[in-house]
Write a protein that binds this ligand. Structure first.
Ligand SMILES: [Zn+2]
Ligand SMILES: [Zn+2]
Length: 361
């Protein structure tokens, strides 16, 4: 079958909209008609040459997709034709030690993919995260999908497949946040805003949002930040300490993937505080801080995709949305079409948007 897809061919070059062949679903594969896909930083990292996938061209990017099942392979049991589904890059094998101990987000088995799901004139195309959502259809393993209630809006549901799952999960699952504690979030893009929301849902009494754009700090306030710090005007660590009567915060989150923000998160901690690094740093990045800057018995940990068990977490977080406790409406700054992908990347780099969502017919 022919589909329309945004193809990545070269680092720093715009994606091109091309006609691509997609195979029929076999075995445990599911063919999904894409309805909406979020535009996430991880895709931009590939285009900017910062990912290990950057040289694996040609490539169809995109991994924050939601849509409707059109056909399933003979061995699929999780979904059927007509189901509304959200894709997640935490595809899991279900049989490795991590999966069996309740940590499928760090599955060591991986899902079984194949290299020829997408092609053009017989030449295979790579699929980002085994998903490739910048396309009118996605062909993926059933363990990369979760079924959701059909009354939920698919544009907002798509965001829960990556950015929201990562941020809300970092606060509610990874961090160990307890109601009444204090929080600082460094970086208020889609993931940072989701951490703010997770902290609010988890009962944090103070949520300090730190960013260099006032527009993002406004968004953070709208979704639950109690205080904001513009890091271009104030020393972020001093400001966080001033706002916490000199104590520092119980939980600091890094949501961008920059060593300088990791250092600031660590230096902002209270005694026995925890820094949770959610952003993905370049492979050779180093985090340095003076020994004196870290309070006694602090912890530093990473969070991988919000420590998710996405088959249950995505429906649960969507239930928060339905109840009005998780604000997904304000997470979408813009909507566009597949052809707007390069503009969406530009806007994300410029800090103009929390998320752009691309819509399909
Ligand atoms: Zn993502
Ligand atoms: Zn596994």
């Amino acid at each position: 079958m022919k589909i329309e897809a945004a193809v990545f061919r070269e680092i720093h070059k715009p994606l091109t909209i091309e006609t691509v062949d997609i195979d029929a679903p076999a075995g445990r594969e599911v063919l999904v008609r894409t309805v909406a896909t979020g535009v996430c930083h991880s895709d931009l990292h590939v285009v900017d040459g910062l990912s290990r996938y950057s040289l694996d061209t040609p490539f169809v990017l995109g991994h924050e997709g939601a849509g409707i099942v059109e056909a399933v392979g003979g061995d699929v049991t999780a979904v059927r034709k007509g189901d509304h589904v959200v894709a997640c890059l935490s595809g899991f094998c279900g049989t490795c030690p991590q999966c069996l101990s309740g940590h499928p987000n760090v599955c060591s088995g991986g899902i079984v993919g194949r290299g020829d799901r997408l092609s053009q004139d017989g030449a295979p195309f790579q699929q980002f995260a085994n998903i490739a959502s910048y396309a009118s259809h996605m062909l993926l393993h059933e363990n990369s999908l979760v079924r959701i209630d059909p009354d939920l809006p698919l544009d907002r549901a798509a965001l829960v497949g990556c950015g929201v799952l990562t941020g809300v999960g970092a606060a509610l699952r990874t961090s160990g946040l307890q109601a009444g504690q204090t929080v600082a979030v460094f970086g208020c893009g889609g993931v940072g805003l989701s951490i703010v929301q997770g902290a609010r849902i988890g009962g944090a009494r103070q949520i300090i949002a730190v960013d260099q754009f006032d527009s993002k700090l406004e968004m953070a306030k709208a979704v639950g930040a109690t205080h904001t710090v513009n890091a271009t005007r104030d020393d972020a660590v001093k400001a966080v300490r001033a706002l916490t009567k000199g104590l520092g915060v119980d939980h600091a989150f890094e949501a961008v993937g920059l060593s300088v923000l990791c250092r600031q998160a660590i230096e902002s901690l209270a005694i026995r505080g925890t820094a949770t690094i959610v952003g993905v740093l370049p492979p050779d990045a180093k985090i340095e801080f003076p020994w004196l800057a870290i309070r006694p018995e602090c912890k530093v940990q990473t969070s991988r995709m919000g420590s998710n068990q996405f088959r249950t977490d995505i429906p649960n977080y969507l239930e928060f949305f339905r109840q009005g406790r998780l604000d997904l409406d304000s997470m979408i700054s813009r909507r566009g079409r597949l052809g707007d992908i390069n503009e969406a990347f530009r806007a994300m780099k410029a800090g103009e948007v929390a998320r752009t969502v691309l819509m399909f017919d």
